[in-house]
Design a protein around this ligand. Structure first.
Ligand SMILES: Nc1ncnc2c1ncn2[C@@H]1O[C@H](COP(=O)(O)OP(=O)(O)OP(=O)(O)O)[C@@H](O)[C@H]1O
Ligand SMILES: [Mg+2]
Length: 252
């Protein structure tokens, strides 16, 4: 199962979800790969010293003959989790791959080498619908869409759903929407219920029952380069991401 975490809207909790879902699955004993496709490399930083790498996913995607296995690293402090690290160079991949006929299939192709080693592969994507996110959606079996519980929550969702449909039509017919995850939820606001209903109208039963509330612990954890499960194991954030992992396991 290959889960792309995608929403071209920035700051909606993609990276936070990728990090903590991958950590939760690994802690359940699932062999898990966290593949970082965001040039900001925040997922990579949470589990690795990114100054000590031999190469990154950028090298694998742009140079023939560099195997994905050669850049994988086991996560620090957590078992069953490997990381395919990103670097800032990924930001220039668009220019590098322009005109290449297989540019949308690069990730799918390089993943073949390692796909059998993992029960779950979680892909963090950048806030665009460009070539990187398209590569993730072509390679994935499922897409998980984090949606920030704000007034403009569904802005841009049409474009994302259209892109998913296009990819399903040809490049990846088996792609499924695993679910929409409501993030940064603040139940004290009057808007919260309205927003929830709005999202439910678009995604129906695909909305995860688990909602990720806004919390200081989740906001702080990346700064300490940890998943929420080691940073604040008794926090609501840890509980919610654990519940999400249970729902993900139940949906496949
Ligand atoms: N539930 C939460 N409660 C509080 N803060 C959160 C929560 N989830 C994420 N954050 C914080 O919000 C910011 C954006 O989250 P994150 O980086 O996960 O979003 P993103 O969608 O990956 O952003 P980008 O589009 O830039 O890649 C980060 O500072 C993160 O620490
Ligand atoms: Mg991110």
């Amino acid at each position: 199962m290959i889960i792309a975490i995608a929403n071209q809207k920035g700051g909606v909790g993609k990276t936070t979800t990728a990090i903590n879902l991958a950590a939760a699955l690994a802690s359940k004993g699932m062999k898990t790969l966290l593949l970082d496709l965001d040039p900001q490399a925040n997922s990579s930083m949470s589990f690795l010293d990114i100054h000590q790498l031999n190469g990154s996913i950028y090298d694998v995607l742009t140079e023939q003959g560099i195997l994905l296995s050669s850049v994988l690293r086991p996560a620090e402090r957590i078992a069953n989790l490997d990381i395919a690290p990103s670097t800032i160079s990924l930001a220039k991949i668009e220019a590098k791959l322009i005109g290449e006929l297989d540019s949308h299939y690069r990730l799918k192709d390089v993943l073949q080498e390692v796909v059998d080693r993992y029960e779950y592969i979680v892909i963090d994507t950048p806030p665009t619908l460009g070539i990187i996110t398209v590569n993730a959606l072509v390679a994935a079996t499922h897409v998980l869409i984090p949606i920030q519980a704000s007034y403009f929550a569904l802005e841009g969702t049409d474009d994302l759903l259209e892109t998913i449909d296009k990819i399903k039509q040809r490049a990846n017919p088996q792609l499924q929407i695993l679910g929409a995850l409501i993030t940064l939820y603040d139940k004290r606001t009057l808007l919260a219920k309205d927003i929830f209903d709005q999202i439910q109208r678009v995604f129906g039963v695909k909305v995860f029952k688990t909602v990720i509330t806004k919390s200081v612990r989740l906001e702080e954890s990346p700064a300490y380069r940890e998943s929420i499960f080691t940073f604040a194991p008794r926090s609501t954030g840890a509980y919610e991401y654990y519940r999400l992992s249970e729902e993900v396991l139940a949906r496949v």
